[in-house]
Design a protein around this ligand. Structure first.
Ligand SMILES: *Cc1c(COP(=O)(O)O)cnc(C)c1O
Length: 445
């Protein structure tokens, strides 16, 4: 004996069951109901009970209306976590986003009462901070590289050291971008050693530029030689070609003051003679996602006029947040105001005290343990900062991690040595209370 196969409910009946108490136009609900019924039809097997289908429909509607981009607490100990939006913005940048949200004079000259230039909002600040003659900003550094190569080297040759023809992440590889831009890659030197003479021998009448790429996500040690940027600038300019420097992160603050290996400083690259320098807005600059391109008037003007520029230009919200971020460097308040530098400057003692203060309010299994944070975001590979974490030994740390991801404000930790670690260096002190409440509320069995 088999139970009779249930029939799929009519769309009309389903919609009527939910429409009364939902603030949605009926055609929208009809559309979602159709999709759901079709999904059930295609899924071979028994048709669920009517009430179950109604519940599924309510779930689909709730999912559609819930914000999926949610604030989370980054307790991973990776300060620039790309999957968590890289650099958190300063308060000033957050305020600026509010101003940027409405109608703004993004391309309107208020003095003249006519069309203005989008680039003016950041160019002055970037010139001041870097010493470069000109500056533009685009969607991200990947776009900055694509524009620079397309605009300045299309149909010509670009010389790159073999040690720098790298993959940056997410499948973004220097040789691929070069091909995409219509330029020809000419690799010189060897993986570990490239000399100025290697570049010199590769220059032909087809050469447009030497491209220097910061190897930001790995570090080579031992029998290694790189040509100095200033030597390459001298060579390039003697031979009438350009020197372009992809800095990756770039920084306006010397990270060695935080006990880390030095990361190139943006003004030093201009001083060394690079014609064009590009870097990310949301790594060590600590701003919104952006690609900054600075350099000589002639080259920046050419890039600004390139048709690709229109496709990758920065939007008003990012411009607003970037302007506020850059202003913090001008006023020299960046170390205290921009979250990435706040994270860097937290002392081990301070983190220990925060961790013990939280642990005192938690059930026994939570412990305070020393750990190390990393910088992340493809910058400062292998570099760590001492930190303190809340650690919960747990038979299933992944289960506990999952519970914390489902909290009203999800907490993202890391699993290490069969325990869940919540590293406080990447957590703002103002989030300690949320961590305490969330951990206190979760069963640890
Ligand atoms: C991060 C990085 C990029 C890509 O920058 P995005 O802003 O993420 O697009 C390119 N090159 C280098 C060397 C990098 O480190």
């Amino acid at each position: 004996m088999t139970t009779p196969q249930r029939h799929l409910p009519s769309i009309e009946r389903l919609v009527s069951a939910v429409a009364a108490d939902l603030p949605l136009p009926r055609p929208t609900i009809v559309g979602l109901a159709r999709l759901l019924v079709e999904k059930i039809r295609q899924r071979a097997g028994e048709v669920p009970a009517f009430d179950t289908i109604v519940a599924l429909l309510r779930h689909d509607i709730a999912l559609l209306l819930a914000p999926s981009l949610r604030p989370v607490i980054n307790a991973s100990g990776v300060l620039l976590q790309t999957n968590l939006g890289r650099a958190p913005l300063s308060q000033a940048a957050r305020h600026a986003l509010q101003h940027g949200a409405g109608s703004v004079n993004i391309e309107y000259d208020l003095a003249a009462g006519g069309r203005g230039e989008r680039s003016v909002h950041l160019a002055g600040l970037l010139r001041h901070l870097s010493g470069a003659e000109a500056a533009i900003a685009v969607n991200n550094n990947a776009a900055a590289i694509l524009l620079t190569l397309t605009g300045l080297a299309h149909g010509r040759e670009v010389i790159v050291s073999r040690g720098q023809a790298v993959e940056i992440g997410g499948g973004f590889r220097i040789p691929d971008v070069l091909r995409q831009s219509g330029a020809t890659l000419v690799e010189v030197g060897t993986t570990n050693r490239t000399y100025v003479r290697d570049y010199a021998e590769a220059i032909t009448e087809r050469t447009a530029m030497i491209l220097q790429v910061h190897t930001s996500n790995f570090r080579m040690q031992g029998f290694v030689h790189h040509a100095e940027l200033s030597e390459l600038a001298e060579l390039a300019h003697q031979r009438g070609i350009l020197l372009v420097d992809n800095l990756g992160s770039g920084s306006f603050i010397d990270v060695s003051t935080y006990g880390l290996v030095a990361e190139p400083l943006v003004p030093d690259r201009i001083k060394a003679g690079a014609d064009v320098v590009c870097f990310s807005g949301d790594k060590l600059i600590g701003g919104p996602q952006a690609g900054i391109i600075i350099g000589k008037h002639a080259q920046i003007a050419r890039l600004a006029k390139h048709p690709l520029m229109r496709a990758i230009r920065l939007d008003k919200l990012a411009i607003a947040a970037m302007q506020a971020t850059l202003q913090s460097y001008v006023t020299q308040t960046a170390p205290t105001d921009i979250p990435i530098w706040q994270m860097m400057s937290r002392s081990s003692d301070e983190l220990y005290h925060r961790a013990t203060a939280i642990a005192q309010l938690l059930p026994a299994p939570w412990q305070v343990r020393a750990c190390t944070s990393t910088i992340g975001g493809g910058s400062l590979p292998g570099e760590t900062l001492p930190s303190w974490a809340l650690v919960c030994p747990h038979p299933h740390p992944d289960l506990l991690a999952q519970q914390l991801r489902h909290a009203p404000i999800p907490i993202i930790g890391r699993i290490q040595d069969d325990a869940l670690w919540l590293d406080l260096r990447s957590v703002a002190p103002s989030d300690d209370a949320v961590i305490t409440t969330t951990l206190g509320a979760h069963s640890l069995q």
